[in-house]
Design a protein around this ligand. Structure first.
Ligand code: APR
Length: 236
């Protein structure tokens, strides 16, 4: 890293939470926690079998809230960096866990939704939730059951916060993608948007993906993220 960075956008994916005990999506078996993605991560799957989808996200939420699941050194160093970096910083995560918040990150958007939120299908209001919920749960605004869904962006749905993300990408001078396979649009195209203003694009991942980043750093997120961002801070 040579020139001083003034505005940084970081994109994270499932790989940053892997060492915290949360499985990534695209394991060799093509299943997400033993389920075909079509069954648990599409609006059609929810229509076909809502009970299965409620149960699936209830299990993911209970796993996230269980004792062994904690932020790792990569989450923690990103939060430290955000607080010490003198320029602009936006953290965009595709992850639906809350490990970035728990590590202390603040300027953070969840583009694919959050496990600890549910949404009313009538009013579109979003509520915090830590308990299990399903088709029989009374909605807090409608006061009747049958209207609640997980606040998760499924395949075919529009990700959240795209205006804010695009604005930050168009004006950043460094873009860093951490632990994402680059298989899912639009996040997979963020590095190209960042390049429009000649941002330096860097990938930190367990393996090199096929995307055209300027720099690839290969390794476990808990090791390479603190190292990379420490160097970036020193260059400020
Ligand atoms: N450190 C760094 N990278 C890692 C680690 C690790 N310890 N473990 C795994 N990885 C990398 C993998 O090599 C892979 O490239 O993390 C990436 C995880 O890729 P995916 O499982 O495809 O996850 P992600 O890119 O976040 O998926 C995007 O797809 O299913 C949807 O909405 C879901 O947000 C998700 C989106």
């Amino acid at each position: 890293m040579s020139a001083r960075a003034e505005s940084i956008v970081v994109l994270t994916g499932a790989g940053i939470s892997a060492e915290s005990g949360i499985k990534t999506f695209r394991a060799a078996d093509g299943l997400w926690e033993n389920h075909p993605i079509d069954d648990v991560a599409t609006p059609e799957g929810f229509e076909r079998n809502p009970q299965l989808v409620y149960e699936f996200y209830n299990q993911r939420r209970q796993q996230l809230l269980s004792d062994p699941i904690k932020p790792n050194a990569a989450h923690s160093y990103l939060a430290k960096f955000e607080h010490e970096f003198p320029g602009k910083f936006l953290l965009v995560t595709q992850n639906v866990d809350n490990l970035h918040e728990r590590a202390g990150s603040e300027n953070l958007v969840h583009m694919h939704g959050e496990l600890l939120k549910m949404r009313c299908l009538n009013s579109q209001l979003v509520f915090d939730i830590i308990e299990n919920f399903n088709f029989d749960t009374n909605c807090r605004c409608c006061r009747s059951p049958g209207n609640l869904r997980p606040h998760i962006v499924w395949f075919g749905e529009m990700p959240f916060h795209m205006n804010k993300i695009n604005q930050a990408l168009e004006s950043c001078d460094v873009f860093v993608a951490i632990g994402t396979s680059g298989n899912v649009y639009p996040a997979s195209g963020f590095y190209q948007t960042a390049k429009i203003r000649r941002a330096r694009t860097v990938e930190l991942n367990l393996e090199r993906t096929s995307s055209g980043f300027d720099e690839h750093i290969v390794g476990n997120a808990s090791e390479i993220v603190p190292k990379y961002f420490e160097n970036l801070l020193q260059a400020c």
